[in-house]
Design a protein around this ligand. Sequence first.
Ligand code: 2PG
Ligand code: MG
Length: 398
Amino acid sequence: MEVTSCHAYKINDSRGDETLEVEMFAGEFSAKASVPSGKSTGSREAVALSADEAIKNVNEVVAPQLVGREVNFSEIDKFLLELDGTENKSELGANAILGLSIAVLKLEAKIEGQPLWQYIQSLGCSTSKDSGDNSIRFPRLFANVLNGGTHADFRLPFQEYMFVLGNGLNVAGPVEQLKVLFEQLGKKLKKNGKEIKMGDEGGFSFKSDNIEEPFDILSELHNKLALDVAGGEFFENGKYRIFDKEYSSGELLEIYENLVKKFPIVSIEDPFSENDFNGFKQVMEKTGEIVLIVGDDLTTTNVKMIEKTIEEKMINAVLIKPNQIGTVTETLEAIQMTHKAGLKTIISHRSGETEDSFIADLAVGVGAYGIKAGAISQLERMTKYDRLIEIEKEVGKC
Ligand code: 2PG
Ligand code: MG
């Protein structure tokens, strides 16, 4: 079937910032996709244009050339990359390209009459494929509960404090558990007399001048904690600044080693700034046996960086964000490369999210180890959890 029409228009994301939604048609079939945006971005990410520019590019540049083409996401991704012609997608905008890329994949799945996760699974990036095991895996929830860094007014030192829930076999149960834990955490913070604000990803944020305090609170409620440090956000002039004190990379490493000894931390994302390669190597050496060291700003869903950082033993897991790279094809290549190397993927939302639940289907479709979808308090995050639960039901019927 061929694309019969396609257009983009403006919507608002969870921060109230403008972004775009793309709608694509093929005969009686249609699909929509919208694009999130990040605040703590890596310098190697593909370039997003303003919503107005991206929409103009979809409607005036791409759409006229898209109509009449076969609904085939990998062919259309190739066409988009050629039309853009830049390394960082700055001509059409990575946001314009991603909206189109996801929309065409969704349309293709609809035409094939398959749920999106199943269609993605058939593309063959799943961890289970190589082992010959065809069972469906559900991602563990890396669920944000405390927000800090640039994602919150009260700047807790690290950007995201998460509970890790689930074991890869189911999802509705872990979501229920998360709801209970999130409520308990809210009550506990209030009882402790904390002034609470909501951060960008829907987690709580409070004032603290003690690095260990959030871990003390969280570890009383749950025994698997994850962190997104977003190390680049407090890196200035070669030093890491926490509570007005400066730390060298080595001193920050000691902080992590102590935290890992003292608290049930199972995963640390971006512990250092994106160019502090030595910091990553050191933390892997010291803690990589027991902790996931996850690349995000370091790797930016880019196969070149993933290859380099895996080879040089800087990470043992990769965060996957489709909008860091711009097309579904390249996102799947990044996932495939990570899985082939025997490492884990965590599929992630952005801090400015939309109601699009694509990452839930992607996570199940590729058999990702985890999903980072935010706190259980904003609609833009809930749509991902709700979609995972829906997929669990669909799997049951397969
Ligand atoms: C991150 C993300 C998402 P942002 O750093 O992992 O949690 O934040 O979208 O602001 O880059
Ligand atoms: Mg991150």
